[in-house]
Structures are given as structure tokens and as C-alpha cells.
Design a protein around this ligand. Structure first.
Ligand SMILES: Cc1cc2nc3c(=O)[nH]c(=O)nc-3n(C[C@H](O)[C@H](O)[C@H](O)COP(=O)(O)OP(=O)(O)OC[C@H]3O[C@@H](n4cnc5c(N)ncnc54)[C@H](O)[C@@H]3O)c2cc1C
Length: 396
């Protein structure tokens, strides 16, 4: 790792974060993976909140030593957390994605009520976009949000699936349609919904091949009612909020991919230097060092792409101007994580397939989600090509 785009302050911050995660997360990693111990994740979220690490994205609320905290530091946190345990990292990344629209678009009272507990690590957030008939094509959602003039409340009806932190969150950012004619992008609205709202249900949680320990499930809204002031931004302005959130989420996912990739790489290089075969260390074999070299340059590329995107964001570049770079960070880092996880299992041979000899098989299962969550690799390529071919309507 060269951390070429980081400075001494960032490196000091990284060292400090590593220490905290070694103390708080490392001792709980086995419980999270083997017992799917949500409470262990919960305790680490609380510890990071208490230490102020969940406030990095919001400089005016931050109280720590950094002069200019921002997305770069939040991504360093994600990278180091994902290095140890991706399931844990998804929980804080999702909470931050929930915090983002609350910070920027909630009215002051609602913001204080829901945002501050998330930042303190005492509450968990969730984002509700995906539905049974809508994943990549998020604008085509079917959830309805109507306004009841008599009671001055929003009324939500819809079904969301694959929601991280589903049944364990305290507040949900819910996207749905308020206007049903014209383009759905122009009729989408975002609402903050507390878990205590009448009409919110959690039909079930899913069982996934990886990311064991974190909760992902369904959230259903049946005449779910929330007060008028829980609107985020403006009515019909939800799509813009969602796009802003996606940029930030993609950059953070760059950090997640990078952390997972580095974790696999360290296992592979240690094994290649220790294991003997045909009278030499494995790493001396050209077919093995080729794999190591490929992992190495891909990790460096992922790091450069990721911290370029975070640096741009921290310099005030966002919206359409950041979409390509944020998508590249997400694409390259998450594909790199899958590449490294796969090659690490191969380099370890039988040891890579069993839980007996370390985390290679866990990392292989965990990495697989990365090219799907937060927008698939195919969608990331679409967003990149949109900027490169501005005069051509690519169409999905
Ligand atoms: C573990 C996990 C956690 C998640 N957490 C959340 C969450 O917290 N909140 C939330 O709202 N969602 C969440 N999701 C949902 C996630 O964002 C979606 O799964 C993802 O966006 C893809 O949608 P989909 O699964 O419906 O696949 P689809 O959109 O049905 O796509 C299926 C395949 O077709 C490809 N495809 C689709 N359209 C095109 C096209 N035009 N051209 C080429 N290829 C195309 C896709 O790339 C993909 O490979 C989560 C998912 C998982 C697995």
C-alpha cells in the first residue's frame, strides 16, 4: 500500500483507527463470523460512536483532533474495518448512508432527534430503496407515499427488500413515489421513518453466503404514518437526495473493497513466502508470483481511484461531477476484492477452502456481495460510460 494520495495527518489517523479496531473489533471477529453475533457488532458500533468516529463526515458536529475531517477519513475507517470484518463495516457504512440525508435534508428538530444518536453509536440507521421488482432500476419503485391533509401525516405503503440493518435499525430513510404521473425521477420523495411508526413491519431477515453477523432483511410499510416534518428536502425531490447519497456510498464502498482486498493479499503473500513446494517457496513459482503481482497492482489502482474520489468530495465536488470517479472507485475496488479473494483461495490450495487454516474462505464469501451492493458493477460501468459518451443516449 502506497497511500500516495494521503498525507501525514491521514496516516496518523489511520494508525489511530487501526489501534481502536484492534482493541474493539478484532476480539469479536470470531463471534461475528461463527455465531452471527449481532450484539458484538452493536457493541463495536457503540464504541466507535463514543470515540467520535461516526461524525467524520459532518465537520461541524465532529469533536476530535482532525482539523478537516471528511469522506477521506470515513473511508479510511471503512477500509480498516473491512480489513478485519466486512460484515461489521457494512453496518457502519449503512448507518452513515442514513446519516447523510438526515444531516443535509432534515429539518433541525428531526435532524437532532435521529441523526445525533446514530453519530453517537446509540442508534442504527437503514436505507430503503430496493424492492421486489426494483433493484438497479431504482427509479421504477412502486412504494407509494401520500400526504393525509386531515392528520398532517405522510402515509407510506410498500415493500422493501435486501435492506441492511432491516429489523435492527432505529430509523429508516424511505424512498417512494409521491407523484404518479410523468417521470418517476421527478415524483420521488424521501422520508425519515422511526422504527416506532405505526404500520412498519419486518417480515424476515435473509441468510447470505457471506457477511455473516450483519442483518439484511425485508421492511414492509402498511399505511405507515409519520408526521409531516419527517419529509427530507422537498416533496418530489427524493431522486436528487438519492443520487447524492449514492456518490458518497460508492466512495465508501471503494474503502470496503480495498480493505477486503488487502486482507486477502496479506494472507496470500504470507502463505506464498512460507509454503514449500517442489523444493522452493511457492512465491518463487512464476504462476504464483504472477498472481501476487496482479493482486498488488490492482490494489494500488483501487486505492488511487478510491482516495481520488474522496479527495474530490472533500474539495466540494459532488453530484454529476463526481459520479464517474465515485463509480470508478466502487467498480475497481470491489472487483479487486473479488479478484484477490479468489486468487488467495487458489494460492492456499486446500487450506483456502476450509475454516481450519484462517479466513481465506470467509473473505471469498464476503467479497462476493461487494460487486452487487450499492449498485452493481454493470451499473457502475454505465455511469462511467455516460460521462465518456455524453452525446450518445446509452439507454439501459
Ligand atoms: C447484502 C445486501 C445488502 C443490501 N443492502 C441494501 C440496503 O441497505 N438498501 C437497499 O435499498 N438495497 C440494498 N441492497 C440491494 C442492492 O442495492 C441491490 O441488490 C442491487 O442494487 C442490485 O439490484 P437487484 O438485486 O434487484 O438486481 P437487478 O437489478 O435485478 O440486476 C440483476 C443483474 O442484472 C444486471 N442488470 C440490470 N440492469 C441491467 C442493464 N440495464 N444492463 C446490464 N445489466 C443489467 C445487474 O447488474 C445484475 O447483474 C442490498 C443487497 C444485498 C445483496
Amino acid at each position: 500500500m502506497k497511500d500516495f494520495l494521503l498525507d501525514d495527518t491521514d496516516r496518523t489517523f489511520r494508525a489511530e483507527v487501526k489501534d481502536v479496531l484492534q482493541r474493539e473489533l478484532a476480539p469479536r471477529m470470531a463471534d461475528i463470523e461463527e455465531r452471527q453475533d449481532w450484539q458484538a457488532i452493536r457493541q463495536v458500533v457503540r464504541a466507535l460512536g463514543e470515540a467520535g468516529y461516526l461524525r467524520l463526515m459532518f465537520p461541524d458536529l465532529y469533536r476530535g483532533p482532525l482539523a478537516k475531517p471528511g469522506l477521506t477519513h470515513a473511508t479510511i475507517l471503512s477500509e480498516e474495518a473491512a480489513y478485519l470484518n466486512y460484515a461489521f463495516e457494512t453496518t457502519i457504512a449503512t448507518a452513515l448512508s442514513c446519516a447523510y440525508p438526515l444531516y443535509h435534508f432534515a429539518n433541525p428538530q428531526v435532524r437532532d432527534q435521529y441523526l445525533l444518536p446514530i453519530l453517537d453509536g446509540t442508534a442504527i440507521g437503514a436505507i430503503c430503496v430496493t424492492e421486489s421488482n426494483v433493484g438497479s432500476d431504482s427509479a421504477g419503485m412502486e412504494t407509494r407515499i401520500d400526504f393525509d391533509e386531515k392528520t398532517n401525516e405522510w402515509v407510506i405503503n410498500g415493500f422493501k427488500r435486501y435492506i441492511s440493518n432491516a429489523s435492527v435499525a432505529d430509523v429508516y430513510i424511505v424512498y417512494g413515489l409521491t407523484t404518479h404521473t410523468g417521470k418517476p425521477q421527478a415524483g420521488m420523495t424521501a422520508i425519515a421513518v422511526p422504527k416506532t411508526a405505526p404500520g412498519i413491519h419486518f417480515p424476515r431477515n435473509y441468510s447470505f453466503m457471506g457477511r455473516r453477523g450483519c442483518i439484511v432483511g425485508e421492511v414492509e410499510f402498511k399505511d405507515c404514518r409519520v408526521p409531516a416534518d419527517h419529509l427530507l428536502g422537498e416533496r418530489d425531490g427524493g431522486f436528487r437526495i438519492m443520487l447524492g447519497m449514492f456518490n458518497f456510498e460508492r466512495a465508501i464502498l471503494g474503502g470496503s473493497g480495498l480493505g477486503v482486498a488487502r486482507s486477502a493479499f496479506d494472507i496470500a503473500t504470507e502463505h506464498a513466502q512460507r509454503r514449500m513446494a517442489f523444493g522452493q517457496h511457492l512465491g518463487c513459482k512464476q504462476l504464483v508470483w504472477d498472481k501476487i503481482a496482479q493482486m498488488s497492482w490492482r490494489i494500488d489502482s483501487a486505492e488511487l481511484m478510491t482516495y481520488r474520489a474522496t479527495r474530490m468530495y472533500d474539495a466540494g465536488i459532488d453530484g454529476k461531477a463526481l459520479m464517474k470517479e465515485a463509480s470508478m472507485a466502487k467498480l475497481v475496488a470491489t472487483e479487486t476484492a473479488n479478484f484477490c479473494a479468489n486468487e488467495t483461495v487458489q494460492i492456499l490450495g486446500g487450506d483456502g477452502l476450509t475454516k481450519e487454516y484462517g479466513r481465506a474462505e470467509q473473505i471469498y464469501r464476503d467479497a462476493r456481495a461487494l460487486t452487487i451492493v450499492g449498485g452493481t458493477s454493470e451499473m457502475a460501468k454505465y455511469l462511467i460510460a455516460c460521462r465518456d459518451l455524453p452525446h450518445i443516449r446509452i439507454g439501459l
